[in-house]
Design a protein around this ligand. Structure first.
Ligand SMILES: *Cc1c(COP(=O)(O)O)cnc(C)c1O
Length: 397
C-alpha cells in the first residue's frame, strides 16, 4: 500500500516542530524559554468568551451556512470598509477554520499542475507547502534585508513567466516583522495587471504595527488590482484567538464561490460557537488591542536593542507582528567543543541545548542567515532567554 505522492512533497510545519521539541524538553525538566511560538501570549478577551458561552447556552451548536453566518459576514464587510477602505459584498466573503484554512481554500481553488506561484522569501512556512499540495510549483524570490525584505520590480520580473498564476504577499511579515510600503505594493500591482496573475495578500498582522508603520491593503490600489486580489485575514493574532479557528477572505465572487464549494466538501462551516465569538470580536469593544500592543512594543524594543548589542548580531527593527529576525550568519563557521556550526538550524539547535532557548531557524522561512525569535512571551522570559543566547554565543570560537 502506498500513500499519495503529494505526502512526500511536504514536511510538517517547522515552527510547530520546534515548539514540540521545546515542550518535550520542558516536560523532562529542562528550563527552556520558548521564542518559537507563533501566537499571542494573551488570553482571549472576556467579552468574546462570554459570547461563545452564550452561544452554547442558546443552543447555537448546529451546522451553519458553509461560508459563515450572515451577521459574521456583515461584520467582516464592515471591518474591510472601516479598517481598509475596501467595499465588498457578502457574496465576496468566506469564513473558514482559521486563515491557514482560508489560504488552503485559495490554493485549491486556483492552483493546479503547471501553475507557478511566486513567493518572496523570507516567507511564512506554510505557503510553499500549500502550493505543492495542489500540484503547483512554488517559485521563491529572494529579497534583501537592506530593502526591508520587500521584493523589487527587477527581482519579481526575473521570476514571472507565462505560467505565473499568483504571488503570495504577507505584510506585515512573519517572520521578518517588516512590511511593504505603498510604492512597492504599487509596482507589484502593476506587474500583476500586466501579466495577469492573482495577488494573495495575507494581512493577518495588519493591526499589530509599531513606530507609525501604515498598513496598506494592496487591494485598495484600484479596481483592476482588487479584481485580482484575495485578501486573507482572521482573528487569531489581533484578538488572541488562535484556538478558535476563524479566518476569512475577501475577493472576487467567482473565486469565493469556488472556495465555498470546496469548503462544503471538506470542513463544512467553521465552528458555530466560534462564529458567534467572532461577531463579538469584530463588533464589540476593541480596547484589548492597544493594551496587547503596548506590551508587545516594550518587548520589541528591548529585544531588538539587546540583539544588536551582541557582537556579530544585527537585527532590523520590526514594525509589525511579534517577531525579531536577527542576522546571525557571522557565527557560521565558529565551533563549540570542536563541532562547527554551519547553518541556522545548527545554531538554533545549539541555542536549544546550551542557551535554554527555542527559536526557529531562518532556513524554515527560506533564508538561512537568520533565526526568528517571537516576543510573544513575558519580559522576564525575554530577559532570561536573551541572557542565555548572549552567553552561548560568547562560547563559540
Ligand atoms: C498565524 C498566521 C496565519 C494564520 O493563522 P490562523 O490561526 O490559521 O488564522 C496566517 N498567516 C501568517 C503569516 C501567520 O503568521
Amino acid at each position: 500500500m502506498r500513500l499519495a505522492a503529494r505526502t512526500n512533497s511536504i514536511k510538517p510545519s517547522p515552527t510547530l516542530a520546534m515548539n514540540a521539541k521545546a515542550t518535550a524538553l520542558k516536560a523532562s525538566g529542562v528550563d527552556i524559554v520558548n521564542f518559537g511560538v507563533g501566537e499571542p501570549d494573551f488570553d482571549t478577551p472576556d467579552n468574546i468568551k462570554e459570547a461563545a458561552i452564550k452561544a452554547i447556552r442558546d443552543g447555537f451548536t448546529k451546522y451553519t451556512a458553509v461560508g459563515g453566518i450572515d451577521p459574521l459576514k456583515q461584520a467582516i464587510v464592515e471591518k474591510f470598509k472601516n479598517d481598509n477602505g475596501l467595499e465588498y459584498k457578502k457574496s465576496e466573503i468566506l469564513v473558514s477554520c482559521g486563515a491557514k484554512h482560508s489560504l488552503y481554500n485559495i490554493a485549491e481553488a486556483l492552483f493546479g499542475p503547471g501553475d507557478e506561484v511566486i513567493i518572496p522569501a523570507p516567507f511564512w512556512v506554510t505557503y510553499p507547502d500549500q502550493v505543492l499540495l495542489n500540484d503547483a510549483v512554488p517559485v521563491i524570490v529572494e529579497t534583501d534585508e537592506s530593502n526591508s525584505f520587500q521584493v523589487t520590480p527587477d527581482q519579481l520580473k526575473s521570476k514571472i513567466t507565462s505560467n505565473t498564476k499568483a504571488i503570495i504577499l504577507n505584510s506585515p511579515s512573519n517572520p521578518t516583522g517588516l512590511g511593504y510600503d505603498r510604492e512597492c505594493l504599487q509596482t507589484i500591482a502593476e506587474l500583476a495587471i500586466e501579466h495577469d496573475f492573482y495577488i494573495i495578500s495575507d494581512e493577518i498582522y495588519e493591526k499589530m504595527i509599531y513606530d507609525g508603520f501604515k498598513h496598506i491593503s494592496i487591494a485598495t490600489l484600484g479596481e483592476e488590482v482588487k479584481k485580482r486580489t484575495i485578501v486573507v485575514n482572521g482573528l487569531s493574532k489581533s484578538h488572541a484567538m488562535t484556538g478558535w479557528r476563524i479566518g476569512f477572505t475577501a475577493g472576487p465572487e467567482d473565486i469565493t464561490k469556488a472556495m465555498t464549494n470546496i469548503q462544503s466538501q471538506s470542513t463544512s462551516n467553521p465552528t458555530s460557537i466560534s462564529q458567534k465569538a467572532a461577531v463579538e470580536a469584530l463588533t464589540g469593544p476593541q480596547d484589548f488591542l492597544p493594551e496587547m500592543l503596548a506590551a508587545f512594543d516594550t518587548r520589541r524594543k528591548y529585544m531588538v536593542q539587546r540583539l544588536n548589542n551582541m557582537p556579530g548580531v544585527t537585527c532590523k527593527t520590526p514594525v509589525g507582528a511579534f517577531y525579531a529576525f536577527p542576522n546571525i550568519s557571522s557565527y557560521f563557521g565558529k565551533s563549540f567543543q570542536g563541532s562547527v556550526i554551519k547553518d541556522s538550524l545548527e545554531l538554533s539547535t545549539y541555542w536549544l541545548e546550551h542557551a535554554g532557548v527555542a527559536a526557529v531557524p531562518g532556513s524554515a522561512f527560506g533564508d538561512d542567515k537568520y533565526i526568528r525569535l517571537s516576543y510573544a512571551t513575558s519580559m522576564e522570559n525575554i530577559e532570561k532567554g536573551l541572557n542565555g543566547i548572549e552567553k552561548a554565543l560568547k562560547n563559540l570560537v
